[in-house]
Design a protein around this ligand. Structure first.
Ligand code: HEM
Length: 499
């Protein structure tokens, strides 16, 4: 009964929402036409087709080829720019080409602003303060760079190393009752990545507060499932659950902030031991208007930015190493060389990370073929022209790393998995963009690199793995985008320790 009420409300909402979009967009078009202005909008589908376009995008994503949606429309309408309707919004797709990406990234703050879908703004009301507010975004970025600059995050390599070794001992080795077992990678690496984030961002230690971390992780998972849900905030909807969980997370982090503030200010807690201490220290250093809630929101943003992609990439790396034994062999060789240059209990350091060049090329190739964020959103903050077409102020804009990374113009034979593409000078500017670009470029990319390489250092030296043969019952796993790339069964692998 309740489910059918939700369904009817959802359908009613979608119909009203689409009608209002059509009404407003036709009003806008008629205004410019009646003014005699022959402004030519990018070709593409009308807002009438927002359901069919969204379905087509979702279908391509579930087939593991989100780029197909973009390529078909580039071919049909224009190779540089087209209009479509996605998730209830009329959007102009500009990305997909190096010149489009360059245009979008280098015009942020001038012609273009950050924009988030409605569901994300409801879950994180704080994000609204930065939408269309370059000054607010710039001061946030200054803090990000103080917390996540390479020099600061290199200090975390030792903790990452220790925690990763512990993770394999407690969560993987405990399953090794026989020589060979099947494990599901995705939930394990997500948990691991979250535990590292809790320790390094908030100072919550997994060994001492495992159940607190477990509860927090559950809340984060509910929030993530509400990211791109329908914008319906009614009891029982995904969005409603995500909003409630996001509030609980903020309360929990607020408690951690208060506790840490007392330690930092009264007992001289070392400011460099985790990001939260560093942030509290920075807020005391200068009068920047960083109050308690700002610290809470910033930490929530960093944790979400961090954990969403990390579990995804670690799982995908394991997947491609299972598919390409030769690549696995090369990674193992490189990691053995690093290990052999160290003392028995000596922790990894920055010099070791720099030696992991081939391993990093493998990770980059993984992020090319299965990009963690296949699309990104922006908004026109001014009227402008692009490739001869008029884009009105307020229009939502989409860039796509999936379309760029799979373009044969930049990556010959794009379906082929080939880490050697990243040797030498590597890809041309604006063609490899898993971390975005411009003023919103992911501030966590160095942190991500360290965590992934430390993980690889341990996993390849401990284990060999491959995929179970698909049977009628156990169909072959594949990569789907929901909206991030996921393995349909969470990556079930046969794993065995090295003899
Ligand atoms: C492989 C892992 C990661 C990938 C592929 C990734 C990708 C991205 C992308 C595509 C964006 C949006 C850029 C834009 O709009 O132009 C972004 C933003 C962001 N990322 Fe990451 N990210 C990763 C890991 C991390 C980590 C580990 C952290 C934190 C430690 C982090 C924190 C953030 C934050 C805070 C933003 C928002 C930046 C802003 O609003 O200016 N990310 N990331």
């Amino acid at each position: 009964m309740f489910a059918s009420f939700i369904l009817v409300s959802a359908l009613l909402f979608i119909s009203l929402y689409s009608l209002s979009l059509i009404f407003f967009s036709s009003r806008k078009n008629s205004t410019s036409a009646s003014g005699g202005n022959k402004q030519q909008h990018p070709p593409g589908s009308s807002s009438w087709s927002f359901i069919s376009e969204t379905i087509e995008y979702i279908r391509a994503s579930l087939d593991g080829v989100p780029e197909k949606f973009f390529f078909e429309r580039f071919k049909k309408y224009s190779s540089q720019v087209f209009t479509t309707s996605l998730f209830g919004e009329t959007v102009v797709v500009i990305g997909g080409t190096a010149s489009g990406n360059k245009f979008l990234f280098s015009n942020e703050y001038k012609l273009i602003n950050t924009w988030f879908p409605k569901s994300i703004l409801e879950i994180f009301p704080f994000a609204k303060t930065n939408v269309g507010n370059p000054a607010g975004h710039k001061s946030l970025r200054k803090l990000y760079s103080q917390l996540l600059n390479p020099e600061s995050v290199h200090k975390y390599i030792g903790v990452m190393d220790l925690m990763t070794a512990q993770h394999f001992e407690t969560d993987w080795d405990k399953n090794m009752h026989t020589d060979e077992v099947i494990i599901t990678v995705q939930p394990l690496v997500k948990k691991h990545s979250f535990a590292i984030a809790c320790r390094l961002f908030l100072g919550i230690d997994y060994q001492q507060e495992a159940s607190r971390i477990h509860e927090l992780h559950k809340l984060f998972c509910v929030v993530m499932s509400g990211f791109l849900s329908l914008p319906i905030n009614l009891p029982g909807t995904q969005l409603n659950r995500a909003i409630k969980s996001s509030k609980l997370i903020r309360q929990e982090i607020q408690k951690a902030v208060r506790k840490r503030k007392i330690n930092v200010l009264s007992h001289g807690d070392s400011p460099m031991q985790d990001m939260l201490s560093r942030l509290i220290d920075l807020s005391e250093e200068e009068d920047r208007g960083i109050d308690e809630m700002y610290i809470v929101e910033l930490m929530v943003g960093i944790i979400f930015g961090g954990i969403t992609s990390m579990g995804v990439v670690l799982t995908l790396v394991m997947n491609y190493l299972a598919d390409f034994p030769n690549v696995y062999k090369e990674v193992l060789k490189e990691q053995m060389e690093v290990a052999s240059s160290k003392g028995t209990r000596e922790l990894l350091n920055w010099d070791d990370i720099q030696k992991m060049k081939y391993s990093w090329n493998v990770v980059r190739e993984v992020m090319r073929v299965a990009t963690p964020s296949p699309v990104g959103f922006k908004r026109a903050s001014e009227d402008f022209w692009y490739d001869g077409y008029f884009i009105p102020k307020g229009r939502k804009l989409v860039w796509s790393s999936a379309a760029t990374h799979m373009s044969p113009d930049y990556f010959p034979d794009p379906e082929k998995f080939d880490p050697s593409r990243f040797e030498g000078d590597g890809p041309a500017p604006y063609t490899f963009i898993p971390f975005g670009g411009g003023p919103s470029l992911c501030p966590g990319q160095e942190y991500a690199r360290l965590e992934i390489l430390v993980f690889l250092h341990h996993v390849v030296r401990r284990y060999k793995w491959d995929k179970p043969m698909p049977t009628d019952v156990n169909k072959e796993e594949k990569i789907v985008f929901k909206p991030y790339p996921l393995l349909t069964k969470g990556l079930a692998i046969h794993i065995r320790p090295h003899l």
